[in-house]
Design a protein around this ligand. Structure first.
Ligand code: RB5
Length: 145
């Protein structure tokens, strides 16, 4: 599975940690930046990664800012993106099972590396349940058009 990572300066350290950890798990990782820790604007990186999903360069994206909130607001403005800000493993599990979320957003200033990695692994390993949830996700897609 090809995974995209993106962050601003507040999410940079966690992005770098997850990049190594995910590669160690065998994932193919594309880094959409930021590449240095100087202050940048989170919408720029959410946009790059969202376009990566739209262009099918990656299947799943992980966006990290200070809280995960700004990244989720921007990512959800792009057609086809279902971004979920997850603070717990349960959030990640349900965002995949029920919402078929394709972007995980994390708060680099809120989460320790180990918890963030567990949330990320849960997000990547949990399948969409379909069934009644598919009907609901299809309604999201209809609004998206
Ligand atoms: C940057 O200071 C911070 O505002 C940003 O990382 C993010 O938390 C916005 O939602």
């Amino acid at each position: 599975m090809k995974i995209g990572l993106g962050s601003d300066h507040a999410g940079f350290d966690l992005k770098e940690f997850l990049k190594v950890a995910l590669k160690d798990e065998g994932y193919d990782v594309v880094d959409y930046g930021t590449m240095v820790k100087k202050s940048v604007d989170y919408p720029d990186f959410a946009e790059k990664l969202a376009k990566g999903i739209q262009g099918k360069e990656i299947e799943i994206g992980i966006l990290i800012c200070g809280t995960g909130i700004g990244m989720s607001i921007i990512a959800n403005k792009f057609k086809g993106i279902r971004a979920a800000r997850c603070c717990t493993i349960q959030d990640a599990f349900l965002a995949r099972q029920h919402n078929n979320a394709n972007v995980l957003t994390l708060g680099g200033r809120l989460l320790g590396n180990e918890l963030a990695f567990e949330i990320t692994k849960t997000f990547l390993e949990t399948p969409f349940l379909k069934g009644r949830h598919l009907r609901r996700v299809n309604k999201i897609k209809k609004i998206d058009r």
